[in-house]
Design a protein around this ligand. Structure first.
Ligand code: KIV
Ligand code: ZN
Length: 554
């Protein structure tokens, strides 16, 4: 952490649960969102955009529970000294704003974030309103939000392609109406770093009352420039950054929090700001978000990628052995990437296990949840010499995913696979927990045991499922490493001629997709859990037990 007195604090506004959750195929359950929110609070996030309450009953419930259960937490927030502010997103219409307020009302510290597009492209083609009408609506929205909360943020959507003098007109008017934070989104990731920085400078210089508000950056990564644009904004007056863990988000994603914070961290003399983020928690939270969202972190991802601290070439290895600073600008410990950390062995008891989970941020498990986690840990410790922090995070996220906070409809009772050189056969016994029915089926997979299992499960649930993505990664090193599987599926419309569809198809992209996650030292088991986890999400979403149907697109 870098605190230099003549610098201003950089406010970290996390939108992993709102813009991040808009990543294609990501559907987090309410309990997964709560777990991520707790970890973000411990990380020291200043403002958490918990969701878009009007979008669905599920979104509303998630924001309301985060406001109530996470909003008051102070664990790990010594550096900030205040509870995490809970924000909700609302379009610039009274019903959205009221719904947003109702969802965040119980948080000790809260914010309404309202937005309205300002670019001519959006005004003409999407909203079909004039610039004058846009100003009227923006002012009305902020004025109404201000009757509910003190802290109101306004975003002129597609600011990056808006006329800058018109932006100054809108922004001056919303400051007058009571906005306290002005967020400048490059909604479509169009701007160049110098261009975005110059826009911020121009807006601050030409907006009436600009010194009374916090200026915020919100960049998308369509040209791979989200981090560069945000940093350029900071150099030109930005004091709040809107970011997500691992940079997940709509299309190519949002600015990655870990990249901005570590850029500021490694250049304390360069940037005019300091941060109060607990950087050693980055690696863990990155893994948690990756596991729960099904968005795999690319190995060469800056700061949190598996290769971010590996030195492959002999010259580099030699240099690092002589002195780490030769090729390391950040020590792995600073972001919690010291993965060979031995945490527990097979003789560790429940108390030690509970206390380790507490340190890792999984402190609020119920007795029943703790017991399930402890049993899985013991099984893992039996088959694996070293159980690392990464293993525990993978186990716990798997546990959270498979229960998905709600009762899973389908549970595997037993699984048998016979695999040979030309094909594999799977026999699966599956329980439907809603009807209580237990059934058994078998199928053949020409490409191997995983295909055989997936085909068998499709027969058992009597549905055609398309597999859109299948990723497997090893957690840590060695033959006994935990395998983590992430899948994305969609229901097949039957257009394909396959008996059961396990291949990919481009026409499926328009359909709702669901991710699933599973971790086990046996990769066949991990794959089965991931597949069933995704199917359980599909089923839960259908019966609106998950997040409800999303009625409002952002
Ligand atoms: O990208 C964007 O414009 C947004 C706004 C809702 C802030 O996400
Ligand atoms: Zn956005």
């Amino acid at each position: 952490m870098t605190i230099t007195t003549n610098k201003q604090k950089l406010i970290i506004f996390d939108t992993t649960l709102r813009d991040g959750e808009q990543s294609p195929g990501v559907t987090l359950t309410v309990s997964e969102k709560i777990e991520i929110a707790k970890q973000l609070s411990r990380l020291g996030v200043d403002v958490l955009e918990a969701g878009f309450p009007v979008a669905s009953q599920g979104d509303f419930d998630a924001v309301q529970r985060i406001a109530t259960e996470v909003g008051p937490l102070m664990i790990g927030r010594e550096a900030t000294g205040t509870p995490m502010r809970i924000a909700g997103l609302a379009r610039a219409v009274p019903a959205d704003i009221q719904r947003c307020y109702d969802a965040i009302a119980s948080a000790p510290s809260k914010r309404i974030h309202t937005f309205l597009a300002t670019s001519d492209i959006h005004l003409q083609h999407k909203l079909k309103i004039s610039r004058d009408e846009c100003v009227v609506r923006a002012v009305a929205a902020v004025s109404f939000a201000k009757t509910l909360v003190d802290d109101v943020e306004f975003s002129p959507e597609d600011a990056g392609r808006s006329d800058q003098d018109f932006l100054c007109q809108v922004l001056s008017a919303v400051i007058e109406a009571g906005a306290t934070t002005l967020n400048i989104p490059d909604t479509v990731g169009y701007n160049m770093p110098e261009e975005y920085g110059a826009m911020i400078k121009y807006l601050i210089a030409n907006t009436k009352g600009s010194d009374k508000v916090i200026w915020s950056a919100h960049c998308h990564n369509d040209l791979g420039l989200a981090t560069a644009n945000t940093l350029s904004g900071i150099m030109n007056g930005i004091r709040q950054v809107e970011v997500t863990i691992n940079g997940i988000g709509e299309r190519a994603g949002n600015t990655a929090m870990e990249e901005i914070v570590m850029a500021v961290h490694t250049h304390p003399d360069f940037f005019p700001v300091y941060h109060t983020i607990n950087t050693p928690l980055f690696f863990r939270i990155s893994q948690l978000v990756s596991s729960l969202s099904g968005m795999v972190v690319q190995p060469n991802k800056a700061i949190v990628g598996a290769n971010a601290f590996l030195h492959e070439s002999g010259i580099h290895q030699d240099g690092v052995l002589k002195n780490k600073t030769t090729y390391e600008i950040i020590s792995p410990e600073t972001v919690g990437a010291n993965t060979i950390n031995l945490v527990l062995g097979k003789h560790s008891g429940r108390a030690a296990f509970r206390s380790r989970l507490h340190e890792l941020g999984f402190g609020e498990l119920t007795e029943a949840e703790l017991q399930i986690a402890f049993t899985s840990f013991k099984a893992l410790a039996d088959s694996k010499k070293r159980v690392t922090e990464q293993d525990l995070v993978a186990l716990l996220s798997d546990q959270m995913s498979s229960t998905a906070g709600d009762k899973a409809t389908y549970v595997v009772k037993s699984l048998q696979v016979v695999s040979g050189t030309s094909f594999a056969t799977a026999t699966v016994q599956l329980e439907n927990t809603v009807t209580g029915e237990v059934s058994v089926e078998a199928a053949i997979g020409k490409s191997g045991p995983i295909e055989a299992i997936f085909r068998t499960i499709q027969r058992l649930i009597n549905r055609r499922i398309r597999l859109l993505k299948f990723d497997i990664t090893a957690v840590g090193e060695g033959i006994d490493a935990l395998g983590q599987v992430s899948v994305k599926i969609a229901e097949d419309d039957g257009a394909s001629s396959d008996e059961e569809s396990v291949g990919t198809s481009s026409d499926i992209m328009a359909k709702a997709t669901y991710h699933g996650h599973g971790a086990d030292s046996d990769i066949i088991q991990a794959a089965t859990r991931a597949y069933l986890n995704a199917i359980n999400r599909l089923v839960a979403n259908e019966s609106e037990r998950l997040l409800g149907e999303r009625k409002v697109p952002v």
